[in-house]
Design a protein around this ligand. Structure first.
Ligand code: AMP
Length: 181
């Protein structure tokens, strides 16, 4: 990865200690999004490997994956599909339960959001344990998507999420790593 990009992203992402609970360092991309140059460079770097491969859809995970995913879909001239928290989508849905640190949650997609075989790029801001992205990949595959890759601005490598997604046969691309959780 280009060192000047890594430096710019590191400077643009704010670390908020002990949020949402003691011991967690929250990696806040709102400061990256409000920095026009850093936002542009992050999107360009994420998009780069997928230009010209005929992607059909970008799927973004609620909520920060919507912001990045929308910008990426625009740049790739592909469609955008939201993967939402339970109870938000109005149409016929498919859903999947996944584990959080305490308890379980569910995410949903419209069942007619994709055609079987559609090439899809999954987008979120950050991969930690990979539980969220793993559920999203399974949901996409369940409705017949060809999940070409998953991309994230931030990787927390100590939490092992990348390996979880790669074990599903989906390549992972990230722009910057932070140690710890
Ligand atoms: P995980 O399922 O553990 O990979 O968590 C990934 C999801 O939780 C992503 O949607 C992230 O936005 C959010 N997330 C997890 N850990 C953090 C963190 N340290 N800072 C910011 N967002 C996080």
């Amino acid at each position: 990865m280009d060192q000047s990009l890594t430096d710019e992203l590191e400077a643009a992402i704010r670390a908020i200690p002990d949020y949402p609970k003691p011991g967690i360092v929250f990696r806040d991309i709102s400061t990256l999004l409000q920095n026009a140059r850093a936002f542009r460079r992050a999107c360009d770097a994420l998009v780069h490997p997928y230009i010209g491969i005929g992607l059909d859809q970008v799927a973004g995970i609620e909520a920060r994956g919507f912001i990045l995913g929308g910008a990426i879909a625009h740049q790739l001239t592909s469609g955008f599909v939201p993967i939402r928290k339970k109870g938000k989508l109005p149409g016929k849905k498919v859903s999947i339960a996944y584990s959080l640190e305490y308890g379980v949650d569910e995410m949903e997609m419209h069942s007619d959001a994709l055609n079987p075989g559609d090439k899809v790029l999954l987008v979120d801001d950050l991969i930690a344990t990979g539980g969220t992205a793993e559920a999203a990949v399974k949901l996409l595959k369940d409705i017949g998507a060809d999940v070409v890759a998953a991309c994230f601005v931030i990787d927390l490598p100590d939490l092992g999420g990348r390996r979880k997604i790669e074990a599903l046969g989906v390549p992972v691309r990230t722009l910057i790593e932070f140690e710890g959780d």
